[in-house]
Write a protein that binds this ligand. Sequence first.
Ligand SMILES: Nc1ncnc2c1ncn2[C@@H]1O[C@H](COP(=O)(O)OP(=O)(O)OP(=O)(O)O)[C@@H](O)[C@H]1O
Length: 626
Amino acid sequence: VLPRHVTSDIAGDRTALLALRTAVGSHLKWDPSVSPCQGWLGVNCSGPVGNERVVELRLVGKSLSGQIPVGTVGNLTALQTLSLRFNAISGAIPADIGGCAQLRWLYLVGNRFDGDIPESFFSLALLKKADLSGNRLTGGVSPEFNKLTNLATLNLEGNNFTGELPSSLNLPKLTQFNVSYNGQLNGPVPASLSWVPASGFLGTALCNGPLAACANSSGDNKTDGLSTGAIVGIIVAAVLLLVIILSVWFLISFRRRRRASATAGASTEAAANVHEGAEPITVTVAMTDTDAVKQSHSPTAAAAALTGEGKKLVFLGSAPERPYDLETMLRASAEVLGKGVHGTTYRATLDGGDPVLVIKRLRDVHLSEREFRDRVVSLGALRHDNLPTLRAYFYSKEEKLLVYDFVGAGSLSSLLHGNGAEGRARLDFTARARIALAAARGVAFIHLGGAKSSHGSIKSSNVVVNGTRDGAYVADYGLAQLMGAAALPKRGTGYRAPEVTDARAVSHKTDVYSFGVVVLELLTGRAPTYALPDDGGAGGVDLARWVRSVVQEEWTSEVFDSVIGNEPRVEEEMMRLLQLGMECTEQHPDRRPSMAGVEARIERIVEDASRRADFSSTDGSRSVSA
Ligand SMILES: Nc1ncnc2c1ncn2[C@@H]1O[C@H](COP(=O)(O)OP(=O)(O)OP(=O)(O)O)[C@@H](O)[C@H]1O
């Protein structure tokens, strides 16, 4: 029931909007001399001529701040869509939000709303989508949500909700649910939400699974029922098996070493057949029998063979389909892909055009052979769709080579900042978000290896794109661990997190920072040290800092690359990705999200952007967008 002074007409809407402007956005250029339906920014009306009402209020990234008082939004009684994404609105969600009885789409993501969700919210019976993520909301997830029987999307991610999810929670139309990053949510996930993927519960203490499993995960460590005798038996059997394997391996390698010493000694100087501009790869190779190359197909056996007389290419993992040795590789036609901080990178095409390899010739490696081998073997174990596979390595006193699969047509850096604007022009927002997603997947996979497993040198020249729908790879992973500080992004390149002092400071959070810079590069189309138009190109300004200053002081939309800036369909998703890029480049490492969280968020951004593209190509209605 509306308070007596509220009129359910456009005059009432006008009064409510002007009061809202006074409270949170006095800079909004709404012309009070005309009706809100006549071109007020972000306001849309509907209804019979002369009896129109405000049905849509979309003020996304408009630097709104302050609190929304009662008697403003709550008086927009015909409102169907309210989107206030990515502002700095604080305080409680207004207690009279229930006055918007027609509300279907509600987007408050990326503000500073705090306090509990008000009681009247649960009277919004028509609500289909509620995105309250990225705020500071508190309290429990109320069973009152059950009253919202039309709700299809409920996103409460990144707030401060506490306690258990109500076991009675049951929303028949729900298709998207997310409560990730509410660290104090705990207890079991109700059966009615068992369909929600794990990405909906990241960063919580919720236990997603059968109740019995929850009990175990919450510290009820019952044994699995094996008797002590059975456990001892298993251990003895395992030790015996290990002894047998080691004896057989020792016998075989002893026989091979004898055979190798009989044939070793034919030292060959091999030079690569390089294309113009390339320097030849010259490596001294002590030839051994062909058997020795085959032996090296298992990392451990191969690596063990290295310590013998001959220096060979050591394969990591399974053998290539068409085996090659160092000689074949050095005879291959090669071209220089780049000369970077770690040395020179070649593309080498073996005889017959298959396979095509990337050979990195490292300089300044100061590791012993054993240390080098151990680190390379663990890098070679990383196999993922978005990481170029490390196939082999070579170590001698003079030369250290890494051999990868060739994966793509060029780097993201050359696509965005290369000569001419064609590369950038071909990349619409969704394509850019997909590249970010592929790269995030690769980096998040590296992080799964634990705290010591970081990329260490994320930058757009290390993101290789290959033109397919989801094709992007993160190259050069782990070189910081192999080469020390030499492989780190240089100070002043814009990629280096402020806390990085040397290679030991590389961490998941410094990767997230560098990744955030790549995201900002994708969105702005600008290089990470962007030269201001009026500094004569003399200096440069740090991209992350520049984006932050524009967002704080001016219109956020000016940040975007002009190529994607006029894609209104995906404006919401662009803002979400921008917000994420800014969070990743927070100065303080603790305030940056985890890479898993980054991956999950970009995944949803890509899904939503693709859905809008599909939708608008078949229908054209704008009612689904906020
Ligand atoms: N496996 C790969 N497949 C295809 N292209 C690759 C692969 N690995 C690297 N590249 C490309 O080779 C280029 C040169 O690599 P390189 O690492 O030498 O230089 P960089 O990344 O520009 O500089 P830095 O050494 O300072 O990181 C990269 O920009 C990348 O596009």
